[in-house]
Design a protein around this ligand. Structure first.
Ligand SMILES: Nc1ncnc2c1ncn2[C@@H]1O[C@H](COP(=O)(O)OP(=O)(O)OP(=O)(O)O)[C@@H](O)[C@H]1O
Length: 321
């Protein structure tokens, strides 16, 4: 498993609910989520940002909704605290790793709780322990952790109850398809690691550099590009390509459609006017921090220059791939 799965940078909304109505709501445009343990080895999630004080929630009795995690979105309901955490704009790869760490660690911890010390006694012994409050980052998920969690999944998956195979068949006809298994294989959980060259390109992208990468057929360009898209925050990443077919391949749009300057014919002033008349185009350019262009060899040089001249004074850009 790749490192850094106990940390996530994303946009966050916290909603506290009492009797079905929202009593408090906090929005973080950029927040850091960290998985930590206290001095009694209990797991917590810490939410912090530059503007707000850190908030910690015990990772106990949580419901994780992860249907849209490939789009960088998920929500976690902390039942004890009566609070739901909505995650958005998270790099999908990081989000998948982060949710997997929660799942694996919580599944492993559940069994430890079975040599049961009732909650009250635990609280008493905690108070008497005299230990000073201390939080430390959770240890990385190991192969043993995953193995351990896998053994316990059938009896401990609270969020996605999965009936035995035979029963599921019968249920399907009545209730429709069974819920997806937690952490079913997806391109994002693909265990194939990048080769050192691909890894260097990915790191340069994440480091905010402008990248041009090429190679002969079958050298893993598309494979790498998918990893790059998945590692960047989706709300500020625009995937484009020179042709419609290539754009479909990266799940994006054509550079022409994104640029909003039609076929690029006419003077620069005319093109600027044209682009600015389309509010969505201007909005997308302003929002874009990472622009990806696949099959760039097929983009006309003149068109490329005009595109950036018409829209390109965007100082918030971090990367062009
Ligand atoms: N690091 C990797 N680990 C495992 N498999 C890889 C890796 N990089 C690429 N591959 C595999 O190699 C094959 C070719 O990769 P890919 O299709 O990305 O190449 P490409 O350079 O885009 O090719 P083309 O230019 O022909 O489109 C794919 O099956 C891909 O899954």
């Amino acid at each position: 498993m790749e490192g850094g799965d106990s940390f996530l940078s994303c946009a966050v909304t916290l909603e506290w609910m009492t009797q079905g109505s929202i009593t408090r709501k906090v929005n973080y445009k950029t927040a850091s989520l960290r998985l930590i343990r206290n001095e009694f080895r209990e797991m917590y999630m810490e939410i912090s940002s530059e503007k707000h004080a850190a908030i910690r929630f015990a990772l106990k009795g949580v419901n994780v909704f992860k249907k849209f995690m490939v789009e960088g979105k998920a929500s976690i309901k902390f039942q004890e605290a009566g609070c739901t955490l909505f995650i958005s704009n998270a790099p999908p790869t990081n989000l998948v790793g982060f949710l997997r760490t929660i799942f694996v660690k919580m599944t492993g911890d559940k069994d430890q709780g079975n040599n049961t010390t009732p909650a009250k006694q635990t609280m008493r012994s905690k108070l008497l322990s005299g230990k000073a409050q201390a939080f430390e980052e959770i240890s990385p998920v190991t192969v043993a952790d995953i193995h351990n969690a896998k053994k316990k999944i059938p009896k401990s998956t609270l969020t996605t109850p999965s009936p035995p195979a035979k029963k599921r068949k019968n249920d399907d006809s009545v209730k429709g398809p069974a819920p997806k298994k937690l952490y079913s294989p997806s391109p994002l959980t693909n265990t194939c690691s990048l080769n050192p060259e691909q890894q260097r390109v990915l790191e340069a992208c994440l480091g905010g550099k402008n990248i041009f990468f090429t190679g002969s057929a079958g050298t893993g360009k598309s494979f790498l590009l998918k990893r790059i898209v998945a590692a960047l925050p989706p709300d500020v990443t625009i995937a484009t390509a020179s042709t419609g077919v290539a754009a479909c391949h990266v799940g994006g749009t054509t550079l022409h459609a994104f640029a909003g300057i039609g076929d690029g014919s006419g003077t620069l002033e005319h093109l600027c006017e044209r682009a600015m008349k389309l509010p969505l185009v201007a909005q997308k350019w302003r929002k874009c921090k990472h622009l990806i262009i696949d099959e760039i060899s097929m983009v006309d040089g003149g068109f490329f220059e005009k595109t950036f001249a018409a829209n390109g004074n965007n100082s918030s850009w971090k990367t062009i791939v």
